[in-house]
Design a protein around this ligand. Structure first.
Ligand SMILES: C[S@@+](CC[C@H](N)C(=O)[O-])C[C@H]1O[C@@H](n2cnc3c(N)ncnc32)[C@H](O)[C@@H]1O
Length: 280
């Protein structure tokens, strides 16, 4: 069987099992088995797979069909144009979270920001993307999950920012040693009753936002005043349909603050940005 034939069969099987982006996923899995770049894959399309390569490839396809996410099979996920190591101890970073990074970078262009905390950093994708784009900023990255922080530590090494990002284990803002200029966070916000089957593979701790999905976000918002400088910023990601509840909560906690909601590329309200004013 040639690479081209393997790709086309894989695409058919994956699509028939309702896997979105069947073509891309088949490609990622084949590249993983062959350990080759995308360019090489396309140059070698007419090459024959060895029988071992064929077996390994169909093994990865059956893992995918059993629901295991491609990123856990390959150990890679791209986020903000960077390659991150990933395993099942950390949530797979989602493309919609790139909006958080963009919003922070935009703010940093126009305001003086010298300290940032990424709360619930998972594999470190947000903190590392920010560190690479904001070389003068000191970054703290916290997570309650020690195994997730190990993944973040490997990614900090991989992207050579281990000296710039302080990884801190602990609950919400508790581990921060000082108030910061900006808090960015993608906390779990899925209702417990709506946890997706991929939660069989991804850590429940990274997804479970409690009975209404907002338990973690509420917990964090209530701690913010102690760990954010006056005139500091809070940017948080939220799920579909949560915008009103989150903005109402923030208005009640910080009546003087400016609050802005930004939709993602699908038009879903995704990021809430809060700017504290001196009066709070
Ligand atoms: C939705 S994941 C986001 C991971 C990563 N920031 C990203 O965007 O890919 C939420 C993260 O929050 C962490 N987390 C859950 N509860 C927490 C808490 N009470 N304090 C700190 N981190 C928490 C989870 O372990 C998980 O890594």
């Amino acid at each position: 069987m040639t690479l081209k034939q393997a790709l086309s069969q894989a695409k058919r099987v994956l699509a028939a099992n309702n896997i979105e982006d069947a073509s891309l996923e088949g490609e990622l899995l084949l590249r993983h088995v062959l350990k080759i770049s995308r360019v090489q894959l396309y140059l070698d399309l007419d090459q024959e797979l060895t029988s071992q390569q064929e077996t390994d490839f169909w093994d990865t396809i059956s893992r995918r069909l059993s629901g295991e996410p491609t990123a856990y099979i390959t150990g890679h996920r791209e986020f903000y144009g960077l390659d991150f190591y990933i395993n099942s101890n950390a949530l797979i970073p989602r493309p919609e979270s790139e909006l958080l990074v963009e919003k922070v970078l935009h703010l940093a262009q126009h305001h003086s920001i010298s300290t940032i905390a990424d709360v619930g950093t998972g594999c470190g994708a947000i903190a590392i993307s920010l560190a690479l784009n904001l070389p003068q900023v000191k970054i703290y990255a916290t997570d309650i999950s020690a195994p997730a922080l190990e993944v973040a530590a490997m990614n900090c090494q991989r992207h050579r920012v281990a000296q710039r990002i302080q990884l801190l284990p602990g609950d919400m803002l508790e581990p921060l040693p000082e108030p910061v200029d900006l808090i960015v966070t993608n906390l779990p916000y899925v209702k417990y009753s709506e946890l997706h089957p991929s939660a069989d593979f991804e850590p429940v701790l990274a997804l479970n936002g409690g009975s209404d999905g907002l338990e973690k976000i509420r917990q964090l918002c209530r701690q913010v005043s102690n760990k954010l400088h006056p005139e500091g910023y809070l940017l948080l990601e939220m799920g579909q349909g949560q915008s009103e509840a989150v903005t109402t909560l923030l208005h009640s906690l910080f009546p003087q603050a400016e609050i802005e909601v930004t939709p993602d590329l699908s038009g879903i309200d995704r990021v809430v940005s809060l700017t504290l004013t001196s009066g709070r």
